[in-house]
Structure formats: structure tokens, C-alpha cells
Design a protein around this ligand. Structure first.
Ligand code: ARG
Length: 267
């Protein structure tokens, strides 16, 4: 009896050791596939998508990328470099991914690759309550603050004319809002969720958000990559996986308090 018990224990330990070897060799295999640690660059001044919480970068984008990268089997670090450097780093190949509520558009597609879209957005107008601005076209004789190099800046340039000094351009969106707070601008144009989050979190500023569906186009965010990057497919598949398995919806609800329109993203 005793001997049988001993043999059984020995047998079980061998089974356990083999099982452990199995999982560890799986792990080292994925490293052998050459999945290096990704450098992900961002401009963390764009709540709720990416912003600083003390010394930590958090936001909807961070959670979505984390989930998609996990599905795709990538390790990564997110670094807050600022908006223009996001583009510069991808251009010269020092970073692997741009994660910054970046709108996929024709101009950028000439120089960069993008994942499938992960968020629908549109520009809106932030202005002091009581403003006479009702639509985009009303901005033509106003002073407007924007983050330089964004689709919001493009939209305002198109309305007021390139080089118009009434378009004040800032390195990040928080500085554009600060300019309006200091009475240096009549309005700020930026992505809807960002302006809505700001207005909601800063009621003492008495700012209101103005929508103009005809005046501003619908846009889609994607992860941005250097042109020809070999990891685009993997990360797009990761995104697809979390769109399908409910993780995307879970994260979306955490940040926006409602169900996402996933079909719209897939279309
Ligand atoms: N979606 C806009 C664009 O792509 C603005 C993005 C700004 N993002 C940021 N993290 N500052 O131009």
C-alpha cells in the first residue's frame, strides 16, 4: 500500500513538472518569435484618452491599447513625449506606436500606417456660456485657440484661412483651453469627448460645448505606426479580438458610462 502511494506521488510530480515545462516553453516560444518590447509614444494632455494622474499615464486609449497588446502578445511601455514628437518619433523610427487619440486621415496615411479604427470622434467648440457662437461658421470672426497639428487646427484653418493670426496654436490642448480661460480666445476647437470631459470636470469655468454635425466631419482614431511597420496587423487583430470578446465594451463603459456602437467601428 505504502509503495503504491509513493509511486503515485512520484507519478504526479512528474506530471506536474512536465506541465510546468509545457507552459514555460510556450512563453519562451513567443519571445523567440521576436516580439520586442514596444515603445509607445503619446501626448498625455488629452483627457479622457491619455493624461497624467500624478506620475502615471492613464486613459481610455491606455486601457484599449493595453488590452489589444495583451491579445497580440506584446509587452510595451508608454512614454509621454508630447504631440509633435509622437509624429517625429514614428517618422524616424525611434518609436513603434503612436497612441494619442490620433485621427486616421488621408494626409497622415501618406506617411504612417494605422490600425483598424477604435473610436469615432468629431470636433466640437468649447466657449464661455452665453457665447453667440452656434455653429462652426460663426467662428470666422472670432479668435480661436487650438492644439497645433490637430484636425481641430485644420478645421479652424479651413474656416478662418491659413495663417490667420486669429487662430492661436498651442503645443497641447490644455494650453489652448487656458488661453480661453485667460480671455485670450473666444473658443477652442478639439475632439468632442475631450471638451465634454473638460466642461464637466470644471463647472466653475462656465464653458459650454457646441456641436455642429454639418460643420465638422466624423473622424476615427487608430493606433499609428511607422510606414511599413510589421506589427500593424498584430495590433489590429488584438483590437478585433477585444471588440469581439466584450473587453472593448467593458473599457468603453468604464470611461464613457454607456454602451459603445461597435458595429459603427467595424463598418
Ligand atoms: N484627434 C485629433 C487629431 O488626431 C486630436 C488628437 C490630439 N491628441 C492628443 N493626445 N493631444 O488631430
Amino acid at each position: 500500500m505504502k509503495k503504491k502511494g509513493y509511486l503515485f506521488a512520484l507519478f504526479m510530480s512528474i506530471v506536474l513538472v512536465l506541465a510546468a515545462c509545457g507552459t514555460s516553453s510556450e512563453k519562451s516560444n513567443s519571445d523567440e518569435e521576436g516580439k520586442k518590447k514596444l515603445r509607445v509614444v503619446t501626448d498625455a494632455a488629452y483627457a479622457p484618452f491619455e493624461y497624467m494622474d500624478k506620475d502615471k499615464i492613464i486613459g481610455f486609449d491606455v486601457d484599449i491599447f493595453t488590452a489589444a497588446a495583451k491579445e497580440a502578445g506584446y509587452d510595451f511601455e508608454i512614454v509621454n513625449v508630447g504631440w509633435d514628437p509622437v509624429f517625429a518619433e514614428l517618422e524616424n523610427g525611434t518609436a513603434d506606436v503612436g497612441l494619442s487619440a490620433i485621427t486616421i486621415n488621408d494626409d497622415r496615411l501618406k506617411s504612417y500606417d494605422f490600425s483598424i479604427p477604435y473610436f469615432e470622434s468629431t470636433n466640437k467648440i468649447l466657449a464661455p456660456e452665453g457665447t453667440d457662437i452656434e455653429k462652426a461658421a460663426d467662428l470666422v470672426d472670432k479668435t480661436v485657440a487650438v492644439q497645433a497639428g490637430t484636425t481641430g487646427a485644420d478645421a479652424v484653418d479651413a474656416l478662418l484661412g491659413n495663417g490667420n493670426e486669429k487662430v492661436k496654436k498651442f503645443e497641447n490642448n490644455n494650453l489652448a483651453i487656458l488661453e480661453m480661460k485667460n480671455n485670450g480666445a473666444d473658443a477652442v476647437v478639439a475632439d468632442n469627448a475631450v471638451l465634454e470631459t473638460y466642461a464637466k470636470n470644471n463647472p466653475q469655468d462656465n464653458f459650454t460645448v457646441i456641436e455642429d454635425k454639418e460643420g465638422f466631419e466624423s473622424e476615427y482614431y487608430g493606433f499609428m505606426f511607422p510606414k511599413g511597420s510589421e506589427i500593424v496587423e498584430d495590433l489590429s487583430e488584438g483590437l478585433n479580438a477585444i471588440l469581439d470578446n466584450g473587453k472593448y465594451a467593458e473599457i468603453y463603459k468604464e470611461w464613457f458610462g454607456q454602451e459603445p456602437d461597435i458595429e459603427n467601428l467595424k463598418a
